[in-house]
Design a protein around this ligand. Structure first.
Ligand code: CA
Length: 257
C-alpha cells in the first residue's frame, strides 16, 4: 500500500477536478477537506479502494466554492483549515438549501475535543478525533451514507407502484411481475437510483454497457422503448421521461402519482 498514496499524490492535480457531473458508475462521491496532505491522501486511497469517488480540497474557501458547484454525497471536513474553518463551512452548508442535508463528518485534533459540542451544534452528523484508525473512519462513512442515502445500499428500489429488487433481479408494478431483459433491468435500475436526473444517450451507454462506444446511440432508444412497453400498460403512467434534445430521465414526480 506504500506506493499507492505516492501515485495518488502525483495524480492529485487532475484527480481533484474530475468531472463531477458525469458519474456513470453511480459511485458515491466523497469530498475530503483536509490541509494535512498525507492524511488526505491516505483517506482518499482507502475510500477509492472501497469504490468511492473522491475529491480532495485543502483550503476551506476552496471547499466552499466546490460545494457551490456541485454537491457530493458526503463531506469529511477538517476543523482547522486555511481560508475558512471547518466549523464555519459546516454552518454555511446547513444554511444553504442545496446542502442542508449533506452528510458531514468533522475531523478534529486531540485537544479540540472540547469543541465537540460546538461541532455537533452547527450540524455535523458525526465527529472523529485525530488520530483515528482508517477502518474506524470507513465504518463511520458507511454508516452515515446508509443513514443519509438508504437507496445507495437498498436491495430494493421503489417508485410509486414500481419495485425493483436487485437481489432477485425482479421488477414488479403493482401486483404484476414485469419481464425485463438484462439490459432493460440495468437501465431501469440506473434511472431509478437517480430520479429526476437527465442522462444523455452517451451517458446511458457508458452506464449500462460500459465504455463500448461501438454501440450506436440509437440502441438506447430501442431499449428505452422495450422498457416502456414492459413497464406501462395502456392507462398507466410512464415513469420514463424523454427530454427532447437531451436524453432520458426517471420522472421524479412519478412516485407522487
Ligand atoms: Ca487541519
Amino acid at each position: 500500500m506504500s506506493d499507492a498514496p505516492d501515485r495518488l499524490a502525483r495524480d492529485r492535480g487532475h484527480a481533484d477536478v474530475l468531472d463531477k457531473n458525469h458519474r456513470p458508475s453511480g459511485a458515491p462521491r466523497i469530498m475530503i477537506v483536509e490541509d494535512e496532505t498525507s492524511l488526505a491522501v491516505l483517506l482518499a486511497y482507502n475510500l477509492e479502494a472501497e469504490g468511492f469517488e473522491v475529491e480532495r480540497v485543502e483550503r476551506g474557501d476552496e471547499a466552499e466554492l466546490r460545494l457551490e458547484e456541485s454537491t457530493p454525497d458526503l463531506v469529511i471536513l477538517d476543523w482547522m483549515l486555511p481560508g475558512v474553518s471547518g466549523l464555519e463551512i459546516c454552518r454555511r452548508v446547513r444554511a444553504r438549501e442545496a446542502t442542508k442535508t449533506l452528510p458531514v463528518i468533522m475531523l478534529t485534533a486531540r485537544g479540540e475535543e472540547g469543541e465537540r459540542v460546538r461541532g455537533l451544534s452547527v450540524g455535523a452528523d458525526d465527529y472523529v478525533v485525530k488520530p483515528f484508525s482508517t477502518p474506524e473512519l470507513m465504518a463511520r462513512v458507511h454508516a452515515l451514507l446508509r443513514r443519509a442515502r438508504p437507496e445507495r445500499v437498498a436491495m430494493r428500489l421503489h417508485a410509486g407502484d414500481i419495485a425493483l429488487d436487485r437481489e432477485t433481479r425482479r421488477v414488479r408494478r403493482g401486483d404484476r411481475e414485469l419481464h425485463l431483459g438484462p439490459t432493460e433491468f440495468r437501465f431501469l435500475e440506473f434511472l431509478m437510483e437517480r430520479p429526476g436526473r437527465v442522462f444523455s444517450r452517451g451517458q446511458l451507454l457508458d452506464a449500462v454497457w460500459g465504455n463500448l462506444s461501438e454501440i450506436d446511440e440509437r440502441t438506447v432508444d430501442v431499449h428505452v422503448g422495450r422498457l416502456r412497453k414492459a413497464l406501462s400498460r395502456a392507462r398507466e403512467k410512464d415513469p420514463i421521461r424523454t427530454v427532447r434534445g437531451s436524453g432520458y430521465s426517471f420522472d421524479e414526480t412519478f412516485a407522487g402519482g
